[in-house]
Design a protein around this ligand. Structure first.
Ligand code: PBG
Length: 339
């Protein structure tokens, strides 16, 4: 055969590293951590093997485990001691995230990012106060949440005020960065204004700019106890059918001052990661969510694929698509393997 082009020449072992286009570093990763104010012991999360809810008293130890692997950043999610219709435990000074953040920033060099959302703090599990409650029409019997009209939705503008309080309370506790994940219109501008007014001009915002209403959040909702008790989140999270809309969402957040633009989930939305990378100059983050983690573990448990290889390939693909930062439950395992 007279072949001029033989791409296989560059696939020989000794040259692969030289021609590889993408590489992963432990510093690309952000490790999600669940801090639980309702427990004194670490509780394994069944659907997310290797992950636990940790009590506030263990939060420093947990972060030190992450740092040992070479990962430098953590994202904190909180499970409060009690919930109510407005989610008031989300912004109190002695709240679970505020407490854990103070401890972690006092004792470690970890870069601490906090989740700014209400779904773990409201008793109905939605990402903000409901319109009904605010109109005074709620029966306030939240044990019978199924009586809520499934079309009932979150009051956008009232939620913004809560998000402002949460973000400022996290910054006061020492958070390095805040990450609003509730998909409320105007959330980045509201939080930027509140942080600036409180003197936290230097605290950046990672916005979950394009967050889809996804089936892949299942294990997280068990882990963080944040499943909606009725209805779903399609009135505020995005329709998986839409990619142009994602660009509009991302543009709005960029205009409002988002420092980092996140796409979530990651693997089913690599087209969106790529589009955002090409259209914006800000760093792009992608969230390799709980379901993406759980399905690889489940298949590996059955012996149907190799856990480590599948994890590495997933993260490499997310990076190749254009993500600079990757939030992933594989952070520690893959960082260890890289290191
Ligand atoms: C909501 C939030 C969710 C996740 C992170 N923040 C879930 C949701 O919208 O129900 C999911 C993350 C994951 O699945 O790993 N504040």
């Amino acid at each position: 055969m007279d072949l001029t082009h033989r791409p296989r020449r560059l696939r020989q072992d000794r040259i692969r590293g030289l021609v590889s286009e993408t590489s992963l570093e432990p510093t690309d990763f952000i490790a999600p951590i669940f801090v639980d104010a309702t427990t004194d012991e670490r509780i394994p999360i069944e659907s997310m093997p290797g992950h636990e809810r940790v009590p506030v008293g263990e939060s420093v130890a947990r972060v030190e485990e992450v740092l040992e692997t070479g990962v430098e950043a953590v994202m904190l999610f909180g499970i409060p001691e009690s919930k109510d219709p407005e989610g008031t435990r989300a912004w109190v000074e002695d709240g679970v995230i505020q407490d854990a953040t103070r401890r972690i920033t006092a004792k470690t060099d970890a870069y601490v990012i906090t989740d700014v959302c209400l779904c773990e703090y409201t008793d109905h599990g939605h990402c903000g106060p409901l319109e009904e409650e605010l109109r005074g029409e709620g029966d306030h019997d939240h044990d019978s949440a199924c009586e809520h009209d499934p079309a009932l939705t979150v009051d956008n503008d009232a939620t913004l005020e809560s998000l402002e309080r949460i973000a400022v309370s996290h910054a006061e506790a020492g958070a390095d960065m805040v990450a609003p994940s509730g998909m409320m219109d105007g959330m980045v501008a509201a939080i930027r204004g509140a942080l600036d007014d409180a003197g936290y001009q230097e605290v950046p915002i990672t916005s979950y700019a394009a967050k889809y209403e996804s089936a892949f959040y299942g294990p997280f909702r068990d882990a963080a106890d944040g499943a909606p008790s009725f209805g779903n989140r399609r009135h505020y999270q995005m329709d998986p059918a839409n990619a142009r809309e994602a660009m509009r969402e991302v543009r709005l957040d960029a205009e409002q001052g988002a420092d980092v633009l996140m796409v979530k989930p990651a693997l089913p939305y690599l087209d969106v990661v790529r589009d955002v990378r090409r259209a914006f100059d800000q760093p792009v983050a992608a969230y390799n969510v709980s379901g993406e983690y759980a399905m690889i573990h489940a298949a590996a448990e059955k012996g149907w694929l190799d856990l480590e290889e599948a994890a590495l390939e997933s993260l490499l693909s997310i990076k190749r698509a254009g993500a600079d930062l990757i939030l992933t439950y594989f952070a520690e395992d893959v960082a260890q393997r890289l290191g």
